[in-house]
Design a protein around this ligand. Structure first.
Ligand code: NAP
Length: 248
């Protein structure tokens, strides 16, 4: 069966590393992005230069109609999906809970939680044997923040990742008999652009002293775990988590 993977938010960071590794492992890859077309095109160009197959598709995964169209595009242009990585996610400027307004909370929850539900729904409709599919695997990109809570920085973001953890457990049980495995990774401090959107581009270097391994992680170290969870080597793993946080 042809291996076809959709990675949300694959133009940069963990998603881009996952796209490159997936293509090297023989997947045809859909590189979803929101705004940064040049970055998405660069990921596709790297994959094609290495002999792989990839396609960049812009879609805001926080918008239901755009999610539906994204999956329809994958159907038309790559074929039947076998793997989904729910990776796209955001955080906002560091602040305490007593400073947060409803608009911010809703932006975080829609971008980090609703998006994962919508993409999971579309994937299940295609993969589930109940819907005539041939099975598949989903990996949600959660965060160590779901365990730790991110006090003083972004408890809203941490709570959204707690919801992603619960989605992982609940959905895994819902579709376990339908040929679909659902797992998650929980990265710690990884060197990507996301920290700049929280207002502190050098955050990983500031906090790495609190990590038992005394260093931040690289996106490729997260990608390796995602690819393992999606592979047949993880055939008996569902509803589970790989913590990639240097022992934190
Ligand atoms: P990043 O470098 O900021 O990249 C974010 C990616 O998501 C970009 O490709 C961006 O597209 C895309 N994106 C954002 N909102 C989107 C939307 N509504 N629709 C579609 N695409 C969207 O982030 P990252 O650090 O790689 O994070 C990836 C995931 O890992 C997130 O879920 C994050 O919460 C999680 N995580 C990261 C860390 C860390 O330390 N970096 C730790 C734990 C968990 P554009 O390029 O078009 O803007």
């Amino acid at each position: 069966m042809k291996k076809i993977m959709l990675i949300t938010g694959a133009s940069r960071g963990i998603g881009a590393a996952t796209a490159r590794l997936a293509a090297a492992r023989g997947y045809a890859v859909c590189v979803n992005y929101l705004k940064n077309r040049a970055a998405a095109d660069a990921v596709v160009a790297d994959i094609e230069a290495a002999g792989g197959q990839a396609l960049a598709i812009r879609a805001d995964v926080a918008e239901e109609a755009e999610v539906v169209e994204l999956f329809n595009c994958v159907d038309r242009q790559l074929g039947t999906l076998t793997a989904l990585v729910n990776n796209a996610g955001i955080l906002e400027t560091q602040m305490r809970v007593d400073e947060m307004d409803a608009a911010r909370l809703n932006r975080i929850l829609v971008a980090n939680v609703t998006s994962c539900f919508l993409c999971a729904r579309e994937a299940v409709r295609r993969m589930s044997t109940k819907h005539g599919g041939s099975g598949g695997a989903i990996v949600n990109v959660s965060s160590a923040a779901s365990r730790i809570g991110s006090a003083g920085e972004y408890v809203d973001y941490a709570a959204s990742k707690g919801a992603v953890d619960t989605l992982t457990i609940g959905l895994s049980r819902e579709v376990a008999e339908e040929g679909i495995r659902v797992n998650a990774v929980r990265p710690g401090f990884i060197y990507t652009d996301i920290h700049a959107s929280g207002g502190e581009p050098e955050r990983v270097d500031r906090v790495k002293a609190f990590v038992p391994m005394k260093r931040g992680g690289q996106p490729e170290e997260v990608a390796n775990a995602i690819l393992w969870l999606l592979s047949d080597e993880a055939s008996y793993a569902t509803g589970t988590f790989i913590d990639l946080a240097g022992g934190r």
